[in-house]
Design a binder for this molecule. Structure first.
Ligand code: KMH
Ligand code: ZN
Length: 275
């Protein structure tokens, strides 16, 4: 495992701009964030967008503009969220792919999500996966719990390999309702993934650092960002997404697995170059 793929998830759909002014919500803020995060060591950007009122939206026109702007300003792999917000319909979440990003998230099952439910029934997963294959969009399989890993195996068995020919997963840990964000769970989850798959891990909230160090030790890659944590250290809010990427890159360097460039990450994930 020569290097570390760092994904930044800068915005998400849950954090409110009013409560966290450093959250990037406009296209200009997102592009500036993406440039700073690439400089700090990110290779992939996981994108949720907001409307003019800073509320989450899946508007396809805005998504097209976002993909274009990020491609114009950075070399990052642009991964659009198909998870959206818990209130988004399946139809709108499928339509995200019409913006034809490099990559997208694809969650492999339903999960309790705090006081809400993040719905990903089997039929929707299959439809979404079939559409990624038809459009050549490389999926990243989001796994919030062990049942999601079983569903991923079933998806690959029934529908075959993804666009790009490589399976890459993200273990999303520490969501209230999903698997806990600790080392023992991380090692067990990683061992259950399909043979040959690569994986990153994301620790939500206070599990972000244990998951980051556990993933580095276990041969995984990293996802960090203000979608997942807004606290840098006890009592100290995150000032910018770039400082989270800088910390992840420094840890990866210490682990002698330095951050991968976007070009190397494209080859690893099977993402075609759009430049
Ligand atoms: N916002 C969550 C309900 C994804 O981006 O694919 C879903 C989520 C996962 O963030
Ligand atoms: Zn997301």
């Amino acid at each position: 495992m020569p290097g570390t793929l760092i994904t930044v998830a800068p915005t998400g759909a849950e954090v409110e701009k009013d409560a966290v002014p450093a959250l990037p919500v406009t296209l200009d803020e997102l592009v500036a964030t993406a440039m700073a995060c690439q400089q700090a060591g990110a290779a992939v950007i996981h994108v949720h967008i907001r409307d003019d009122a800073a509320k989450p939206t899946l508007d396809v026109g805005r998504l097209v503009d976002t993909v274009q702007a990020l491609r114009g300003a950075t070399d990052l792999i642009v991964q659009l969220s198909t998870g959206g917000a818990v209130t988004d319909s399946f139809e709108r979440r499928l339509a995200v792919l019409d913006a034809v990003p490099d990559a997208c998230s694809l969650t492999c099952g339903t999960v309790n999500f705090g006081t809400e439910v993040f719905l990903n029934p089997w039929g929707f997963m299959k439809d979404l996966y079939a559409k990624t294959k038809a459009l050549g969009v490389v999926p990243e399989f989001e796994l919030f719990d062990f049942g999601h890993i079983a569903a991923l195996h079933r998806l690959l068995a029934e529908l075959g390999e993804p666009a790009g020919g490589h399976v890459h997963c993200d273990l999303v840990m520490g969501v209230p309702g999903g698997m806990p964000g600790d080392c023992a769970t991380l090692v067990q989850a990683a061992a259950a993934l399909p043979p040959g798959a690569t994986w990153s891990a994301t620790g939500i909230g206070r599990s972000s650092l244990p998951v980051l160090f556990g993933a580095l030790a276990a041969g995984g890659h990293l996802r960090v960002g203000m979608e997942d944590t807004i606290t840098f250290a006890r009592g100290r809010p995150v000032a910018s997404n770039a400082e989270l990427v800088e910390r992840a890159a420094a840890a990866a360097e210490l682990a002698q697995r330095p951050a991968l460039s976007p070009a190397v990450a494209r080859t690893m994930l099977g993402v075609p170059d759009h430049c």
